[in-house]
Write a protein that binds this ligand. Structure first.
Ligand code: SF4
Ligand code: SF4
Ligand code: SF4
Length: 506
C-alpha cells in the first residue's frame, strides 16, 4: 500500500533557468560563417540549445547540450547541418570548477537538476565525485532484474522524526531529508528564504543555524527548526516556542573543537541586531556549551527546551569523534528524538581546511558504528539518526541510509542549486559574489527567493526520482527497508567480482 502521509505532497517542478547570461557547461558550441541560416539545428535540438538569429542561429544554452553522445541520435545538429557549420569542443573553463569532492560533473549535474527537475541527459557523472574514498568508492549491487515487481508509485520515502512514545507529536516527513542549519549571516536572507520555502513545499524542515530567527521566516514556522548553539546568538524563549523542532548544535563536523565564526565584514547592522552583537565585530562561538560538561548537564538542556515548548521535538547535532556511539546513546537517554551525526566533509567554504580534513570521522564510518551500537543497546528503534556532512547527491543519500541512517540533512547541495561554484570565498570580505553566502545589501538581491525556492524544489524532485529508482532496483517498497542494509553495498577497494550476485552499479 502507498504511504498516505505523502498524499499532500505536490511540489511543483517548473523550469528555473540560470540567472547568468552564460551558464557554464561541459561543452562549447560554435556556428561558423558557412551557416546559411536554414534553421534545421534550431528545430532538431531537443534541448533547445539554439535560438533563431538574423544572420545565423545563436547558441543560447550550451550547458544543455548532450555532448558527443548526441552523435548516436538522428537529431544531432552536427551531423545533420547541411553546411557542417557546427563545432563542439570541451569547455576549458569547466575542468577548473570545484574540487575532488565536488567535481565539475557533480556541480553541473546539480545545476541541471535545479534548472529542470530532471536527471541529467548529458554524460555528466551525477553519482560520485573523484575523492578516491568514502561514498565515491561505494557501489550498490542490485539483484537480478527478473522477479522485481515494485511500482515506483508505491515506494514510500517517508521517515518518522519522533520514534519515542513520549506523548509529543508523531512528526512524519514525506521525504528522508531536511535542510541543514545555515545561519543568517553565513548566508543571505534571500538564500535562507529560498531554502525554508523549498522545505515547506516538500513538507519537511529547514534549520535556522545559529544566527537567530529572522522575522521573514515567521510565515514558515511549522517548517523551521530553530537552532540553539554554543554562542546562543538570537536564542530567545519566544523563538523556541514558535517551532516544532529545536536543535542543539554541540559541534559541527567540518570544524569540531572550533565553534562557528563569522568575520567582521559580514556582521552588518541587521546581522548584529539579530545576534545581539556589535556591527563590524567578528563573532566566534565557543566550542563547548559552557553549561554542559556531562550527560547530566545535557539532559538539563533537553529538559529546558521540553519545558519551554511542550510540543517540540529535540534534535541534537554532534560531530563524529571516535566515541560518537557513546555520545549517541547519551543523547538518547537525555531524551533527544533525533541525533544528527555531522561528518567531516561538509561545511561552507568558511570552514578551515586544517579542521575539515583532520579532525572528525567521515560520516560513512560514524553512521554504521552508531547504528550498530544503538541496536545492541535495544534503543535503535526509538531514536532517529540523521546523517549530514558531505551528502552531495541522491546516491550519497541512499548509501548513507544503507549504512544505518534514517535520513539526511543537506546544506551545500542547496547552495550549489543556487549556482554556488565552490570557490571557497564564503568568508572573505563582503562574502559571495553570487549573492549566496553574503550579507551585503547590494549582493543579497542577486538571488530572487522565488527563483531560489524553485531551484531547490527542482533539485530535490530529481533526487527523489533517483532514490525511488534505486529502491525499485533493490526491490524495496520503502526507504525504511533500506536502513542498515550494508549488504546491498560493495567497496570497490575490496571488490571480489566472482562473489557478486547481481548487477554492480556503474
Ligand atoms: S543547421 Fe547548419 S546551416 Fe542550418 S542554421 Fe544550423 S548551423 Fe546554420
Ligand atoms: S549536439 Fe545534440 S544536444 Fe547538442 S546542440 Fe546539437 S542537437 Fe542539441
Ligand atoms: S559561490 Fe559563494 S557560496 Fe559558493 S563557495 Fe563561492 S563564496 Fe561560497
Amino acid at each position: 500500500m502507498p504511504d498516505r502521509s505523502e498524499d499532500f505532497l505536490f511540489p511543483q517542478v517548473r523550469r528555473a533557468p540560470s540567472r547568468f547570461p552564460n551558464p557554464l557547461g561541459k561543452y562549447t558550441l560554435a556556428i561558423g560563417r558557412e551557416c546559411e541560416n536554414c534553421g534545421i539545428c534550431v528545430e532538431l535540438c531537443p534541448h533547445k540549445v539554439f535560438q533563431r538569429g538574423a544572420r545565423r542561429p545563436t547558441v543560447k544554452d550550451p550547458h544543455m547540450c548532450q555532448g558527443p553522445e548526441c552523435g548516436f541520435h538522428d537529431h544531432c545538429c552536427i551531423t545533420r547541418c547541411p553546411k557542417r557549420a557546427i563545432t563542439m569542443r570541451p569547455n576549458p573553463s569547466f575542468e577548473l570548477l570545484g574540487d575532488k569532492r565536488w567535481t565539475p560533473d557533480l556541480l553541473a549535474s546539480t545545476w541541471h537538476m535545479a534548472e529542470t527537475g530532471e536527471v541529467p541527459h548529458q554524460d555528466l557523472n551525477y553519482k560520485t565525485g573523484a575523492s578516491g574514498g568514502g561514498f565515491d568508492r561505494l557501489r550498490f549491487v542490485f539483484p537480478p532484474r527478473k522477479g522485481l515487481f515494485v511500482d515506483e508509485g508505491d515506494i514510500s520515502l517517508s521517515i518518522d522524526l519522533n520514534r519515542r512514545d513520549d506523548g509529543r507529536p508523531k512528526i512524519r516527513i514525506p521525504v528522508p531529508f531536511y535542510l541543514a542549519g545555515m545561519s543568517y549571516g553565513s548566508i543571505s536572507i534571500n538564500a535562507m528564504l529560498s531554502r525554508v520555502r523549498a522545505a515547506k513545499a516538500w513538507g519537511t524542515f529547514c534549520s535556522t543555524g545559529e544566527g537567530g530567527y529572522p522575522e521573514e521566516l515567521y510565515p514558515y514556522d511549522d517548517h523551521v527548526i530553530t537552532q540553539v548553539a554554543t554562542g546562543l546568538f538570537g536564542v530567545r524563549e519566544e523563538t523556541i516556542k514558535r517551532v516544532r523542532i529545536v536543535e542543539f548544535k554541540y559541534a559541527q563536523g567540518a570544524k569540531p573543537g572550533l565553534g562557528g565564526h563569522l568575520l567582521g565584514d559580514k556582521v552588518t547592522p541587521q546581522v548584529a541586531r539579530m545576534r545581539e552583537a556589535v556591527a563590524g565585530s567578528a563573532l566566534f562561538s565557543p566550542f563547548p556549551f559552557h553549561s554542559v560538561y556531562s550527560v547530566e548537564d545535557h539532559k538539563k538542556h533537553v529538559d529546558w527546551i521540553k519545558h519551554l515548548n511542550p510540543r517540540a521535538l529535540v534534535a541534537v547535532k554532534v560531530s563524529t569523534p571516535t566515541d560518537v556511539d557513546m555520545v549517541a546513546v547519551g543523547s538518547y537517554f537525555a531524551g533527544a528524538h533525533i541525533i544528527q551525526l555531522d561528518g567531516s566533509y561538509g561545511g561552507t567554504g568558511a570552514a578551515p581546511d586544517i579542521a575539515k580534513k583532520n579532525i572528525a570521522m567521515p560520516i560513512e564510518y560514524a553512521v554504521p558504528k552508531v547504528h550498530r551500537f544503538l541496536t545492541s543497546e535495544g534503543i535503535r528503534d526509538q531514536i532517529t539518526i540523521i546523517a549530514s556532512g558531505g551528502i552531495r547527491s541522491p546516491h550519497d543519500v541512499a548509501k548513507i541510509i544503507a549504512l544505518g541512517a534514517d535520513g539526511v540533512s543537506i546544506g551545500t547541495a542547496d547552495l550549489v542549486a543556487l549556482e554556488c561554484v565552490r570557490c571557497h570565498n564564503c568568508e572573505s570580505g563582503r562574502g559571495c559574489a553570487r549573492g549566496i553566502a553574503t550579507t551585503d545589501p547590494e549582493l543579497t538581491p542577486l538571488i530572487d527567493p522565488d527563483w531560489g525556492t524553485q531551484r531547490i524544489v527542482n533539485m530535490y524532485a530529481a533526487w527523489m526520482k533517483v532514490l525511488r529508482f534505486i529502491l525499485k532496483r533493490l526491490g524495496m517498497r520503502s526507504v525504511r527497508e533500506l536502513v542498515g542494509r550494508w549488504d546491498t553495498l560493495v567497496h570497490l577497494d575490496y571488490l571480489q567480482p566472482e562473489a557478486i550476485q547481481g548487477e554492480l552499479e556503474n
